[in-house]
Design a protein around this ligand. Structure first.
Ligand SMILES: *Cc1c(COP(=O)(O)O)cnc(C)c1O
Length: 234
C-alpha cells in the first residue's frame, strides 16, 4: 500500500515536467491508468490516489470488475470483437481501438439501442506492424468518412496509436509524429460527430516522447502497478 499512490505522483510530476518543457500544461495530458490483470482493490487504490480514468484491453475484465470498482471513467483500449460490443456499450466512456467500419457500425447499432452516442478513437498502426491492429495513415480518410456517413450514434474524438516496442523510445518518435500530423489534419474539421479532442499515445516506457510529439492522453499500466503477472488467476 502507498506504492501505487507514489507511482502515480511520480508519473504526474514527469508528465507535467515534459508538457511544460514543450510549452503545454501537465493537466492537459490525461493519465489513463491501465488496469488489465489488476484486482478491484488495486484499482480502487489508484482511484483514491486521484485516478479518474482507467483502461482495460479485454471486455471480460471490464465486465468482471465493473461493479467492484469505484465510480470512474472506463476506456476500452484493446482489440474489440464485434460480438462483444454489447457487453460494454453501457459501461465505457470511450473505445480507443476502432479500426474497421464493421466494428464502428456494431458500436453504432448498440449505442443506438441504448439511446446513447459512443465516443471512439480510430486506432492507427503507423509502423504497419503485422502483430498490431489498427489501420494505416492512408486508410484513415476513408474510414472516417464512412463512419460519419453511416454511424449517427458514434462520435469520433481522435486517434490512438501503439508504437512498436523499442529499447530506445527515440526510435519510435517518427511514428508519434506521423500520427500527430494526421490528428492535426482532422482536428481542423468542424463537424458534430468529428470532434477531435484526444490523441491517445504513450505507455510506460515511451510516454515522454509521446507527449513531446503532441500526445494528450497517455495509457500507463506497469509504471503505476508494477510488472503484470499473467499466470495469476484474477
Ligand atoms: C497494456 C497496455 C498499455 C499499458 O502498457 P504499460 O507498458 O504497462 O504501461 C497501454 N495501451 C494498451 C493498448 C495496452 O494494452
Amino acid at each position: 500500500m502507498g506504492k501505487i499512490r507514489d507511482n502515480i505522483a511520480a508519473i504526474n510530476a514527469e508528465k507535467e515536467r515534459i508538457a511544460e518543457s514543450c510549452g503545454r500544461r501537465g493537466e492537459d495530458v490525461l493519465l489513463v491508468a491501465v488496469t488489465k490483470t489488476r484486482t478491484p482493490e488495486e484499482i480502487n487504490e489508484a482511484i483514491e490516489a486521484g485516478i479518474t480514468d482507467i483502461g482495460e484491453n479485454k471486455v471480460q475484465e471490464v465486465v468482471d470488475k465493473f461493479d467492484s470498482v469505484k465510480p470512474v471513467r472506463w476506456h476500452l483500449i484493446g482489440h474489440l470483437q464485434t460480438n462483444k460490443v454489447k457487453y460494454i456499450i453501457d459501461k465505457v466512456a470511450m473505445i480507443h481501438s476502432v479500426d474497421s467500419l464493421h466494428l464502428a457500425q456494431e458500436i453504432n447499432k448498440r449505442a443506438s439501442g441504448h439511446g446513447l452516442t459512443m465516443d471512439i478513437l480510430i486506432q492507427i498502426n503507423a509502423a504497419q506492424e503485422e502483430s498490431k491492429f489498427g489501420i494505416s495513415t492512408e486508410e484513415t480518410d476513408q474510414l472516417i468518412r464512412d463512419v460519419l456517413e453511416t454511424c449517427p450514434n458514434v462520435r469520433i474524438r481522435g486517434l490512438m496509436h501503439i508504437a512498436p516496442y523499442a529499447e530506445n523510445p527515440e526510435d519510435v518518435r517518427i511514428y508519434f509524429r506521423q500520427v500527430k500530423e494526421l490528428y492535426d489534419k482532422f482536428a481542423q474539421i468542424s463537424h458534430e460527430r468529428l470532434d477531435f479532442k484526444y490523441l491517445s499515445m504513450g505507455m510506460s516506457h515511451d510516454f515522454g516522447v509521446a507527449i513531446e510529439e503532441g500526445s494528450n492522453l497517455i495509457r500507463v499500466g506497469t509504471s503505476i502497478f508494477g510488472e503484470r503477472d499473467y499466470s495469476k488467476k484474477q
